[in-house]
Write a protein that binds this ligand. Structure first.
Ligand SMILES: *[C@@H]1O[C@H](CO)[C@@H](O)[C@H](O)[C@H]1NC(C)=O
Ligand SMILES: *[C@@H]1O[C@H](CO)[C@@H](O)[C@H](O)[C@H]1NC(C)=O
Ligand SMILES: [Zn+2]
Length: 499
């Protein structure tokens, strides 16, 4: 609205925006996923989903509680809308259905599916150590503590929580039949039918306590990084025949279109990790990552505090590891206590990451520049602001890059404090902007040097997956242990709470 009083250039921008809002997108061809960012710049940005959930990203988190869902057992009288939106098969869900075990209450909005094709039954979005499952279900919820409905929540950094269920081919699944039996009623795009309510819980795997957790995005345009992801460890099975109904019954084209196009292979490919890690609620033996636990929120906060108000010149002179008073391998007494609390009580992290601590500390005047735990990024208005700043530029990629640069440090810091990312260099630089220039420069120099050493050290370590400049200080590429004394910056690596 306020935009209307600006110059014709802005009017042009608005026109452009309205064109962009309705832009078409597909899973292949000239409107396929590699071109999404042209019209939906966040698709080329940070913290995208899905990801390949690979062992080296996993960190065991003893505080992850079993997922608890409420009112999932819908009565027969409840009418649900089953629809084909041209991209997926979707079922609307009543908002009384919700997740009650997360930091906020998240009400359900809809569930939908991604699947492969009849010739290639591999269409899950998340993959586990590169293994792609036949299909995947997403149960989409919005943060109803903070937002009135899903449209208000979708472009907020704390807006959505999605439950992801991997689907493999196996036994016939009677729960899926509750809606698959109506699939021929929605063969074409925008067709809808009403179906009776059923127990939605039966679509989920039996165990809701074993899952992967990470910070990510919508896997379709506009790709906002607004999703708290939970992907259950155990897949559910559907029969070959049931899989074929997904793969062969639906069209992405309208009923009246002369050329029909089957709706299949509607999945996005895995996206870069962007310094994120994947928390796991379960401990798998004493093997691969069983002992590789996350650095405590306390330590993380202390590290950020050091960057915000610590003596940077000293830090740069004396070596970065001085940031941690007693080195990275020794546990501080209060961390031990904290760990005990977390394990015994499995408290929500909210209580440990109490934002009021920030308010009390002298760091507050710097913190104001950054959206910390309690604040929210709004991607819609950020895009408008950044587009406006770039209005004289015509390079397509510039908006994508500018938005990425704007959201990455915020998302990384928030995610880092919440134990779901490692701290990345662009974030550290972002924090240092609030500091005296020469000191910040010194520290930045030491940091860059330390990083280069780390890269050399890790060159020998097997590395797969895309690496971006935001990959930053991922310990996934660094030797796990031991962290030797001469290691350049142990405080940047995750510590273990136990051994
Ligand atoms: C779901 O609700 C129906 C009644 O609507 C009831 O008969 C059934 O036992 C319930 N199932 C579960 C698992 O609670
Ligand atoms: C969502 O809530 C906002 C704010 O209350 C309201 O303006 C909007 O119309 C609602 N949208 C839908 C689709 O209900
Ligand atoms: Zn989805």
């Amino acid at each position: 609205m306020g935009c209307l009083r600006f110059t014709p250039i802005v009017v042009l921008q608005l026109t452009l925006c309205s064109v962009l809002q309705g832009a078409k997108w597909k899973y292949s061809g000239p409107e396929g996923e590699h071109h999404w960012s042209k019209h939906y710049p966040y698709c080329g940005g940070a913290f995208q989903s899905p990801i390949d959930i690979k062992s080296e990203l996993l960190r065991f988190d003893p505080t992850l509680r079993p997922i608890e869902v409420q009112n999932y057992n819908l009565s027969l009288n409840e009418q649900l809308t089953l629809g084909n939106n041209g991209h997926s098969l979707q079922i609307s869900l009543p908002s009384k259905m919700h997740i009650s075990s997360l930091r906020h209450r998240y009400n359900a909005a809809q569930l939908h599916f991604h699947w492969g094709s009849s010739g290639r039954p591999a269409g899950s979005e998340h993959t586990v150590n590169s293994k792609q499952y036949a299909a995947e279900m997403h149960v989409v919820h919005y943060n109803s503590d903070k937002y009135a409905n899903i449209s208000m929540a979708v472009d907020k950094s704390d807006g959505l929580a999605v439950l992801g269920v991997l689907i493999e081919i196996g036994e016939f699944n009677p729960a899926f039949e509750q809606f698959l039996k109506f699939i021929n009623g929605v063969k074409y795009r925008d067709q809808k039918v009403q179906v009776s309510g059923f127990n939605i819980r039966t679509l989920l795997p039996a165990r809701l306590d074993e899952y992967y957790r990470y910070d990510g995005s919508l896997t379709t345009p506009p790709c906002y990084p607004s999703v708290l992801w939970t992907v259950f460890r155990n897949p559910v099975a559907i029969s070959q025949k049931q899989f074929f109904s997904f793969a062969t019954a639906l069209y992405s084209s309208y009923a009246q279109d002369s050329a029909t196009a089957l709706l299949h292979s509607n999945y996005r490919k895995p996206q870069p990790a962007d310094s994120r890690v994947v928390l796991v609620s379960f401990k798998e033996g004493r093997g691969l990552y069983g002992t590789h636990t996350v650095t405590s929120p306390f330590t993380r906060k202390r590290i950020i505090q050091q960057l915000l108000v610590g003596d940077l010149a000293d830090l740069a002179d004396e070596g970065l590891y001085q940031l941690l008073p007693s080195g990275s391998q020794k546990l501080h007494a209060d961390e031990r206590n904290e760990l005990k609390d977390m394990q015994n009580l499995a408290k929500p992290k909210q209580q440990l990451l109490n934002p009021s601590l920030w308010k009390k500390s002298q760091t507050n005047r710097y913190v104001g520049k950054l959206a910390l735990a309690e604040d929210t990024l709004c991607y819609g208005s950020l895009k408008q602001r950044v587009s406006h700043q770039l209005r004289h530029s015509h390079a397509e990629n510039e908006l994508v890059q500018a938005l990425r640069d704007a959201v990455f440090p915020e998302l990384n810091l928030k995610s880092y404090l919440d134990c779901k990312s490692d701290l990345a260099l662009p974030t550290i630089r972002h924090i240092l902007r609030g500091r005296p220039t020469d000191e910040a420069f010194e520290l930045d120099r030491s940091l860059t040097k330390a990083l280069m050493n780390q890269r050399k050290t890790s060159a020998a370590v097997k590395q797969n997956g895309p690496v971006t400049k935001y990959g930053g200080l991922s310990p996934a590429t660094a030797p796990r242990k031991p962290l030797s004394k001469d290691y350049p910056h142990p405080w940047l690596l995750p510590m273990e709470w136990e051994d």
